[in-house]
Design a protein around this ligand. Structure first.
Ligand code: ADP
Ligand code: MG
Length: 692
């Protein structure tokens, strides 16, 4: 249960003064539904209102705060003319100018003869000082007028002042919390307590205070990273200490499959397999990550690991994030498994009725020992006779929570997670700190390098011709259409439009696949491309992961500048899988920004997924989330891994010490750390403590 002292933070945003249902919706879009979300929404700028000149000496163009006596109201003579209010101080007069303003509202705001403090941007009009629509009009001494106003990232419909007020109210709700950080460490870094840091972060008084490296922001970022690392460590410890079973196959099935393979395993495939087998042989649950670039040959490794389980009379499953991928895996695995005399079942959302019942029966009775599928494999009514290994492909779509769920479902089953997104070491720690990692480096022999080129969209015609030549030469072409922000429909429209153009040029040779198609339609399009008459596959990013079409030699990506580096790398990995060299054409719509140009350049220069991942992180820099959302890496609210990498390493070491000294988080600091886990909603991990 969440400690009650955190309740004010987890109250809905509507409980803040001045926030009704309409604003609450906007705030929800901006930051999140609760008060704490607004606390994590830090300012991105500031307006300094400390400049308080006399009217006569006020510099135009600056934000100034003036103390004025109101003289007269001059309504516009027509609705189109502005309403002006004349006012003065001891040095001179100024006009406050309002367009489309209501006179009675202004009469109340600026009563004639009274003194008001007015803050806004100064202008000069015909040599006469004026201020259009002051930001603030306050009575002298009113503390509604900030000396330095924090400026927040906004969303349409929310005024800066409204956000500022709500954020201030949210921060005021923050309770004092017990200190979870080590006092010596705090002192060394010169950091304040949590509440003070939160207040400071929301009240920047100069540009330096807005930096991710400002002490208050570092402290908050560290808190978040500490929560992340602590939760992962608890999960990992639990995994380590939970009873699994020792799986030691005799290798007879694996041998038969390896004999059926047209190639030998690479050294790094062999090494990964050894690591996996050693883990499975231990009587504790395995939680291992198999990281390897696209095309590095993870599937075979997975299959051999699965056979290790089957050799012991147990079952193994492979779960993919999409139906297309599940089918693809099935196509790879089935013939190989058959070479060892084994049947492989398929279970996705599309297996229904009697067919599904029959599959479930074979799984629960143990008649079938291998299955491939989607998350449908882990629905409540699916039972296994004796599941010993669950392989999860493309894990980056799942998070720690799903990992926990999966591992619970499998009982004592070992879990092997495969990801084709090479992750920088620093991020590996945040996302997979709970797992052991095997890396497949390099690619299977015989893989031809892909020639990567960047081409402006104006030369589309040439690209179409190049596609035509590739087809004549017996190749196939992937054509990926632009990713349109936030709108699946326009994605689809763009793909359909491109399909029409290409289909006219190459009648009957073009297939189309996008996210809105039904499963069977997708399969049909994919099959037409993989084995059938279609030589060009026009697609939205649904082909992003894993699809294997050895004959594909050309990858065209439209508006490549809109994709993340990792994603482009993934897409490019779809080609050059057969024996012919591949070409990747990155079409862009100019002019390119600095970062976009740099990104495309990296792709031209290297094919090493791990290097690309590091570069991606570097280029993405602070705040810009391009690509992370798709990657499923944990999203941090306060920490920015590109900047706070050093803090992440410190947090990891800190956690190690903490759990050495107080494994159950029972002491005073331990209790405070539990509060921290709740604060950052990593509290699922608390269940793994003895007195959770
Ligand atoms: P990944 O899943 O890592 O993207 P796959 O397992 O799909 O890669 O393998 C890509 C291709 O490489 C497949 O066609 C596979 O048969 C082939 N392959 C795998 N291992 C080797 C190897 N050791 N030598 C040659 N080809 C291999
Ligand atoms: Mg694969």
């Amino acid at each position: 249960m969440r400690p009650t002292l955190l309740n004010p933070l987890f109250a809905e945003i509507e409980t803040l003064p001045g926030v009704g249902p309409r604003l609450a919706k906007l705030f929800q879009r901006l930051a999140g539904p609760r008060v704490v979300d607004l606390c994590w929404h830090l300012p991105s700028g500031l307006i300094d209102r400390r400049y308080r000149p006399f009217v006569a000496e006020a510099e135009p163009g600056r934000v100034a705060t003036l103390t004025l006596v109101v003289d007269e109201h001059l309504p516009g003579r027509s609705p189109r003319q502005p309403y002006r209010v004349r006012a003065h101080d001891s040095s001179g007069t100024i006009e406050l100018v309002y367009f489309h303003a209501k006179g009675d509202w202004l009469a109340k705001l600026l009563p004639r003869g009274e003194t008001r403090v007015v803050s806004g941007k100064l202008e000069a009009f015909g040599g006469q000082p004026q201020m259009a629509h002051p930001d603030y009009v306050a009575k002298p001494g009113d503390d509604d007028l900030p000396a330095v106003e924090a400026v927040y990232p906004l969303t349409a419909g929310l005024q800066p002042k409204v956000v500022w007020k709500a954020a201030r109210a949210a921060v005021a709700r923050a309770p004092d919390l017990p200190e979870w950080q080590d006092p010596a460490w705090l002192k060394r870094r010169g950091w304040s307590g949590w509440r003070a840091a939160l207040e400071t972060a929301h009240a920047p008084d100069d540009e330096a205070a807005l930096s991710a490296l400002a002490p208050a922001r570092q402290r908050l970022a560290y808190d978040e990273l500490l929560a992340n690392q602590l939760a992962l460590a608890l999960v990992r410890r639990r995994q380590r200490h939970s009873r699994g079973r020792a799986i030691r196959g005799d290798g007879r099935l694996a041998r038969r499959v390896q004999e059926a393979l047209p190639f030998a395993l690479t050294a790094s495939q062999q090494a990964a397999l050894e690591e996996i087998r050693a883990d499975m042989a231990e009587p504790v649950k395995m939680l291992r990550l198999l990281q390897g670039d696209v095309g590095s040959g993870k599937t075979v490794v997975a299959l051999l690991a699965m056979l290790n389980a089957v050799e012991c009379g147990a079952q193994a499953v492979l779960m993919a994030p999409t139906e297309i991928l599940a089918r693809q895996h099935l196509a790879t695995i089935r013939p190989l498994a058959e070479a060892a005399g084994l049947e492989v079942l398929l279970l996705t959302g599309r297996e229904k009725g009697r067919n599904r019942a029959a599959i479930l029966e074979r799984l629960s009775s143990g008649a079938a020992s291998l299955a491939v599928g989607t998350h449908a494999l882990f629905q409540d009514d699916v039972g296994f006779a004796d599941l010993a290994l669950a392989v999860v492909d493309e894990q980056h779509r799942f998070g720690v929570h799903q990992r926990l769920q999966l591992s619970a479902k499998g009982g004592g089953a070992d879990v092997l997670v495969m990801t084709a997104t090479p992750i920088p070491r620093t991020l590996e720690l945040t996302a997979y700190g709970d797992m052991d990692v095997s890396r497949l480096t390099g690619k299977p022999a015989g893989r031809k390098p892909v020639d990567t080129r960047t081409i402006p969209l104006e030369r589309l015609e040439q690209v179409i011709e190049a596609a035509g030549r590739a087809i004549v030469a017996g190749g196939k072409v992937f054509w990926v259409c632009p990713l349109v922000e936030e709108s699946e429909t326009s994605d689809q429209a763009a793909a359909e439009e491109r399909f029409r153009v290409l289909d006219q040029r190459f009648p009957g040779k073009v297939a189309l696949v996008h996210g809105r198609l039904k499963g069977t339609e997708k399969d049909a399009a994919m099959a037409a491309f993989a084995e059938g008459p279609a030589d060009i596959l026009v697609a939205t990013t649904v082909i992003e992961v894993g699809v294997d079409v050895p004959a594909a030699t050309v990858m065209v990506i439209e508006q490549a500048e809109r994709f993340g580096l990792a994603q482009l790398h993934q897409l490019r990995g779809r080609i050059g899988r057969g024996d012919k060299p591949g070409t990747c054409l990155l079409l862009y719509k100019g002019p390119l920004g600095e970062t976009a140009r740099e990104r495309l350049k990296v792709l031209r220069e290297t094919d090493d997924g791990f290097r690309i991942a590091e570069k991606d992180l570097e280029l993405r820099g602070a705040g810009e989330l391009l690509g992370t959302r798709q990657s499923g890496l944990p999203e941090f609210r306060l920490a920015d891994i590109a900047v706070h990498g050093e803090l992440l390493a410190a947090a990891r070491d800190d956690v190690r010490l903490i759990l050495d000294r107080d494994p159950e988080l029972a002491g005073a600091r331990g209790q405070a750390l539990r509060v921290l886990l709740y604060l950052f909603e990593r509290d699922q991990a608390i269940r793994y403590l003895r007195s959770g």
